[in-house]
Write a protein that binds this ligand. Sequence first.
Ligand code: XBP
Ligand code: MG
Length: 242
Amino acid sequence: MTTATLSALIFDVDGTLADTESAHRAAFNTAFREAGLDWNWDEALYTRLLEVSGGKERIRHYWSEVNGEMRSIDAGALADTVQRIHDLKTACYEGLVNEGAVQLRPGVLALIESASQQGLRLAIATTTSPVNIAALLRKALGADWKYAFQVVEDASTAPLKKPHPQVYLQTLSRMRLAPEAGLAFEDSGNGLRAARGAGLATLVTPNAYTAHHDFSGALRVLPDLAGIGVGELRAWHAEAGR
Ligand code: XBP
Ligand code: MG
């Protein structure tokens, strides 16, 4: 069993860096109203729909739930409608984040800062849209947030959504990183399976929307990253026989 030295941390965004899904849910519901739809995703429904990664995929999935597979509607027209609703939602979500609706989860900022100072490479591997990442991290880390991350892979670069491992495989490839030398941070079952599918040991910090998910295969499941330092990460990573 090879023991690779931990050299990179790869973070999921929604639910991991910040508890964003309540703001996403509010933005979806505002977009539905603006689009003239009588849809409303309450917490219980949204918790179920979060099993579908990707906002557009989630809208499309719900559309087929409420309308059945409408053979009559043109696939292109449906795609255009989904895109229009998602654009409305993304604009609303960005506004909510800019108004301060979302904060980084406990321990995230301290870990990013200490990991950078200790020479670990950082990356982002998310299903969300680039606009959402920029809004969240500009607010939390400042205008130069991108310099903290060697690679950012998101919905615009990795169209196959979690649990497909594409976003993590592309992150590893762009970093020229062997999975044995990395550690992934996730909040959901889909995210864990995507990271594990790319061969990454994965720490899970669940939240209210994902606490019931199956986290089999996680290196550890933690309430959050408060007080978690690089030393702990190195010890757990070594334990994983990496
Ligand atoms: C979580 C998701 C995203 C968000 C909504 O992404 O599945 O779809 O729920 O964002 P992550 P979009 O991989 O960061 O946990 O509407 O931009 O998809
Ligand atoms: Mg997530």
